[in-house]
Design a protein around this ligand. Sequence first.
Ligand code: GLU
Length: 473
Amino acid sequence: MAAKHEPSFYDSVQRNFDRAAALTNLPKGLLAQIRECNSVYQMRFPVKIGKEYKVIEAYRAQHSHHRLPTKGGIRYSQKVNQDEVMALASLMTYKCALVDVPFGGAKGGVKISPREYSVEDLEKITRRYTTELIRKNFIGPGIDVPAPDYGTGAREMAWIFDTYTVFKGGEIDAAGCVTGKPVTQNGIRGRSEATGRGVYYGIREVLNDKPLMDAVGLSTGTAGKTVAIQGLGNVGYHAGKICQTEGEMKIISVAEYEGAIYSEEGIDIEKLSKFRKRTGSILNFPGTSQLDQRKKTLEVECDVLIPAALENQLRKDNAKRIKAKVIAEAANGPTTADAEAILLKKGTIIIPDMYLNAGGVTVSYFEWLKNLSHMRFGRIEKRFDENTYLRIVNLIEKKTGKPVGVTEKSMIARGADEIDLVRSGLEETMVTAYEQIRTVMKRRKKVTDLRTAAFIVALNKISSDYLNMGVFP
Ligand code: GLU
């Protein structure tokens, strides 16, 4: 929850929208249409848990239909409510537009705490929720395509897919009804790491941006930069691990449900994750000390703070105590609009959620394309590319008279696998979107923060979609 007298999550998103919209020349009616949440389906259904029936509250919000299908995850959390799914669905619209994923925004939520249910019960709830979506025409490869979010993963997506095919037998593109599926069930390699990997690429772009780094007194580059992470779920884990292995960054604090730990020497995320799986907790991880409250991770002295849990974590009441130079919003909506005003005043750089965590939906888009094409990426060209590269290397050997080593040869003469293409497409997406955001900031002196610039990029793209449709001539 936001602190007392703070705007709700949806209000925060609307406030950020208004700040950016005021800096555009787009027609008022068009902006109003983009801003509103088009449809919200609120449902309640019974599920038999043990000997008793439980009434489950759930939602699916579709924020914008300017492009179809609509797209966005499904979250399982006790905190799910209508305001939250509407906020999250809105963010999906802007996120997709920003990174050129041709979908409208949506989000679903089931108001349950997954840890209180057995796997069998979760399966029952997921299948029933899917049935409700089918009944109201709120799911389908060309209609609305869910994906994982907080509290869900590949397992839940497999149940959704299976339930869908039961009802829609013979639908040739059925696999495209949901993304984030297991690789063995029409999923794509690289989807589970995608959001975290995208977070790393986004952080890397910002840390290599000299004018921005000069403004906060940091040198450029990722190596050696200190990081604090809130949340070691799918996003936090992969983001932390890749920042550490590929960016050579130092993770000094991690917070999870059970508490927070700190180490000046750095925490090995892979080892920490294994430790947590074994012991059920991050606490007492060798070489770390415990912070007295889990929220203290947000306040440690560090270069980059990665909130990778839920919304409304940086608020009016703690914003002044945040010492990080860069806030990397891996979660959706971790900063309230009030906190943002305080942080921007202090000069903190906020890498906005709609950009930073767009890697997930980007690779979901690749998965959806794979499903529609009914073929793995790389299958057609891999062997052809390998043979071409090999011919080039052989020619060089012949012309120079110098043999290329066997290892080097196999490294050069390698065609791309699905995972290589997915990572390359993701990196390209994150780099291009960042360039677009920075171009707006360079051209428009009044735009001084990354979120407003990201909004403007997204609004311009969505508006031109509407204008091209002739809806607003
Ligand atoms: N739940 C993720 C997000 O918030 C991914 C959505 C998707 O892949 O559709 O962006």
